[in-house]
Write a protein that binds this ligand. Structure first.
Ligand code: NAP
Length: 274
């Protein structure tokens, strides 16, 4: 194929490639790394030679992931057991990254979960846990994670939102509210840090096959409806994240929406089907 390009076109392709941001030796923290999208992006980061801090509450899952990484010959990740709702634990994870590797380049603020119910039936404790995790936990991750990037004058933040942050359906108001908040926070952050050379990407996946449906307590009927859509895999979403991270430093892919091809909207998940 390249044989048919003239010299100028060939040179441009090579230069574009050379300008790509290499993830080799970059230091990244991934929240929600114990399963699903966070685990998948951590794996892709290992493969690209990044040094990764894995943050989540389930240490057994983090250990499994770390052991595999070492067995495959990648840099041993740093495991930090913690809850994004706990400021000391989030700040501690960032400090540990700085102590181990002297800097931080990438923050993947991905931890979160869904819970759906009609408003009048909502479990008030579950609402609080979800809003504390998806919104307050995100704020904490950004507060402590972004400071080192600003100090360095470069870095990249990826925030996991959802298509639920772009529309609402019955039973989904609380989860959607949390993801609309994620969008506001990501855009506010982008405007604050862009002049200082820090990029922010907000990614909104449609349905993804992860632990999400189990945590959200979806019925078999809803799961079957989602399966019929041929949902995304965690790797599909992680690949989109890597695409944004590898762009040249002057390119900020600020928003990405990734749907399974057959998914029209959130319709498969309504409260009537739970
Ligand atoms: N799956 C989907 O269809 C879908 C679609 C759009 C957006 N999303 C978003 O994608 C993100 C990742 O979810 P997923 O689909 O990959 O589901 P998942 O497999 O259930 O992963 C969720 C991750 O978040 C972590 N987490 C949850 N609460 C936490 C807390 N308080 N502190 C620290 N970590 C916490 C979990 O780890 P521990 O339990 O070990 O702490 C786990 O690693 C979420 O923000 C979710 O809203 C998912």
């Amino acid at each position: 194929m390249l044989l048919w390009l003239d010299r100028k076109e060939y040179k441009k392709i090579v230069m574009d490639y050379q300008q790509r941001t290499s993830l080799q030796d970059k230091v990244a923290i991934v929240t929600g790394a114990s399963s699903g999208i966070g685990e998948a992006v951590a794996r892709l980061l290992f493969q690209r030679g990044a040094r990764v801090v894995l943050f989540a509450r389930r240490t057994d899952k983090l250990q499994e992931l770390a052991q595999k990484a070492v067995a495959e010959g990648y840099t041993e990740p740093l495991l930090v057991a913690g809850d994004v709702r706990n400021p000391e634990e989030v700040e501690g994870a960032v400090q540990k990254a700085l102590e181990r590797w002297g800097r931080l380049d990438i923050v993947i603020a991905n931890a979160g979960f869904g819970y759906r119910a009609p408003l009048v039936d909502g479990d008030i404790q579950r609402w609080k846990e979800m809003l504390d995790t998806n919104v307050y936990g995100l704020l904490l991750t950004l507060k402590y994670g972004v400071a080192p990037l600003l100090k360095q004058g470069h870095g990249h933040v990826i925030v996991t939102s959802s298509i639920a942050g772009r529309s609402v359906n019955p039973g989904g108001s609380a989860y959607s509210a949390s993801k609309y908040a994620v969008n506001a926070i990501a855009e506010g952050l982008r405007q604050e840090v862009a002049p200082q050379g820090v990029r922010v990407t907000n990614i909104a996946p449609g349905s993804v096959t992860t632990g999400f449906a189990t945590v959200a307590g979806y019925s078999d009927e809803v799961r079957a409806a989602l399966q019929r859509l041929q949902p995304l895999t965690s790797e599909d979403v992680a690949n989109a994240m890597i695409y944004a991270l590898e762009q040249p430093a002057h390119v900020d892919v600020s928003e990405m929406v990734v749907y399974p091809t057959r998914q029209v909207n959130q319709g498969a998940v309504t409260v009537n089907q739970q």
